[in-house]
Write a protein that binds this ligand. Sequence first.
Ligand code: ADP
Ligand code: MG
Length: 351
Amino acid sequence: GEAKELPKIHRLDESVVNRIAAGEVIQRPVSAVKELVENSLDASSTSISVVVKDGGLKLIQVSDDGHGIRHEDLPILCERHTTSKLSKYEDLQSIKSMGFRGEALASMTYVGHVTVTTITKGQLHGYRVSYRDGMMEHEPKACAAVKGTQIMVENLFYNMIARRKTLQNSADDYTKIVDLLSRFAIHYIDVSFSCRKHGAARADVHSVATSSRLDAIRSVYGLSVARNLIKIEASDNDPSSSVFEMDGFISNSNYVVKKTTMVLFINDRLVECTALKRALEIVYSATLPKASKPFIYMSIILPPEHVDVNVHPTKREVSLLNQEVIIEKIQSVVESMLRNSNESRTFQEQT
Ligand code: ADP
Ligand code: MG
């Protein structure tokens, strides 16, 4: 009869639910690298190195010298929603760490094979353990370790045929991974970063801890960028309109390229803000005679309660309170700095 054709609602298996959710958090190899590096930064590391094989599909390995993971936490480390960073919802308002949801490591175990090696302070040896689908595959094994944590993700998307195929056909994620590490390296200048392909002698990103942002930019993005930068600063402290502090470096009129590089950190999180990027591109095309796109490094500090960090599964786009006012203020600072530098250059050329 008719009732037979009616769709029947049933509950999905937990493993199906978890794999679907994982595919959203870890969209591509570079998303896994971002989560792992953020964990290393959250663990107060001073040195972070990344090794990648086959664009991250065969292997992603992130090693740090951070505080490590306690032996007794290893059994639940890769379960969904296990974290050392957040306890109650209200903490989200003031959270300083980049992670908070306890979903990244779990997600990786649902779409790849994860092996963790870690040692905490004062221990004589470390532990190594592998995970699948949120669970330890065996008891942690004692092993030699120096300091910190190494996390290895192998065969990413081995169980998501379509995803794997698309990624294999598309341009390699390695370029994106190098780009990501470059961004982290010029913000976290007291941390040294390296990124290399598995088996390669040379690192493609190699930064050493420094106290100068400009030195960091020079070593990561090269001399041609670094010698054409203007330092910028802006701030506002009017609770009725906007409260923020911004500092950064922007390219001057001698710097001519076709594509914008915008490295943006808000409250020390690497994020995207399309509206701000567009606004600044407009300033550049209106102010500079040559139609150049800018290089911009910008760090914005806002009261934590003005940022909603939880709007996107990958935490990429954030939404800000008073976004329009902030963008307008930054836009006008950039415009006047750019105008000044352009005029002094024109002046130099005439004399
Ligand atoms: P979140 O970062 O949101 O807490 P993750 O799944 O990324 O969730 O990590 C889970 C937990 O594992 C973290 O809260 C942290 O305690 C621990 N952890 C992960 N990576 C590291 C690391 N590199 N060093 C020390 N602890 C780590
Ligand atoms: Mg995390």
